[in-house]
Design a binder for this molecule. Structure first.
Ligand code: PLP
Length: 285
């Protein structure tokens, strides 16, 4: 396996960054993850747009143009022989003597890219069975719209999920409303049969998969509302699912051990998974 580190590809096992990289010391950086279908980047434009926005919000310089970055991402896919999988990109503010404030003068941002294969046959089998989520109190900062590498609350939430045999944790705010998952957006098909996911005016990540799925839903003519839902509403819903570059559209059949609907994968979630994958494959570059 090969990784891209600051301008060159190196053996994955030898890939390293400096100990005073601000990502390592301060989580001062951002990341993106693209799904790869048939060796191509899915939802490429949406992930690039969010990457530039995350960098701009943190005043980290763009390390390269979109055209150059596309070439490097494709090279990462090629060198790792990925047909179906994921590409990870991380950009940090760079290497400088430890100081909370930004380095002055600025240093070049540091770029790391990895790519790996995913067993999509196994993923389909898993999705057909459905998975569980657990709920955890929302304890993240106020800028969850920025895709930063500061992921400790997400890591702890995901560990709680794993310890309960679940695949994801849903953060729940002080009003009892689900914000999003530790690495996905949260959806339900409510008791009235309407699709629901939280609006992005709230403190959540603007999921690229979420946005594409809204388009797929509009095209299918299904009723949908960008409105938050409570844990109670989710437990009483007909269906639940999560979206993300890693999870695509993954049906959820239990919430804190309580069955959603009859506890099996519902027709809407499985239909949308198929439709999303079809759309993502068709648009992949
Ligand atoms: N919410 C959080 C906190 C995430 O980390 C992610 C993805 O990693 C998502 C939502 C889903 O975003 P996307 O569909 O762009 O992958």
């Amino acid at each position: 396996r090969f990784a891209y580190v600051n301008g060159r590809f190196v053996r994955h096992g030898q890939a390293a960054v400096h100990i005073e990289d601000r990502g390592y010391q301060l989580a001062d950086g951002v990341y993106e993850v693209w799904a790869v279908f048939d060796g191509k980047l899915a939802d490429a434009a949406g992930h690039f747009a969010r990457l530039w926005r995350s960098l701009d919000e943190l005043r980290i310089a763009h390390p390269m143009s979109e055209a150059s970055l596309t070439i490097v991402l494709r090279e990462a896919i090629r060198r790792n022989q990925v047909r179906e999988g994921l590409v990870y990109l991380q950009v940090t503010r760079g290497v400088a003597r430890r100081d909370h404030a930004f380095p002055n003068p600025a240093v070049p941002p540091a770029v790391v890219i990895t790519a790996r294969s995913v067993d999509r046959v196994a993923a389909e089998a898993k999705a057909a069975k459905g998975s569980g989520v657990v709920t955890v109190p929302e304890n993240r900062w106020g800028r969850c719209d920025i895709k930063t590498i500061g992921l400790l609350p997400n890591a702890l939430a995901k560990q709680a999920a794993r310890e309960h045999g679940a695949i994801e944790a849903w953060f729940v705010d002080e009003l009892g409303l689900v914000t999003e998952g530790a690495s996905s957006n949260a959806w339900i098909v409510d008791a009235e049969g309407r699709l629901r996911t939280r609006d992005t005016q709230a403190n959540i990540l603007r999921g690229v998969t979420r946005l594409t799925l809204l388009d797929v839903i509009a095209e299918a003519g299904l009723p949908v509302e960008e409105r938050p839902f409570t844990v109670e509403e989710a437990k009483a819903a007909k269906e639940a699912f999560i979206t993300g570059a890693g999870s695509l559209v993954t049906p959820i059949v239990t919430i804190d051990g309580v069955k959603v609907g009859d506890g099996t994968v519902g027709p809407v979630a499985s239909r949308l998974r198929g439709a999303y994958i079809e759309r993502a494959k068709a648009g992949a570059i």
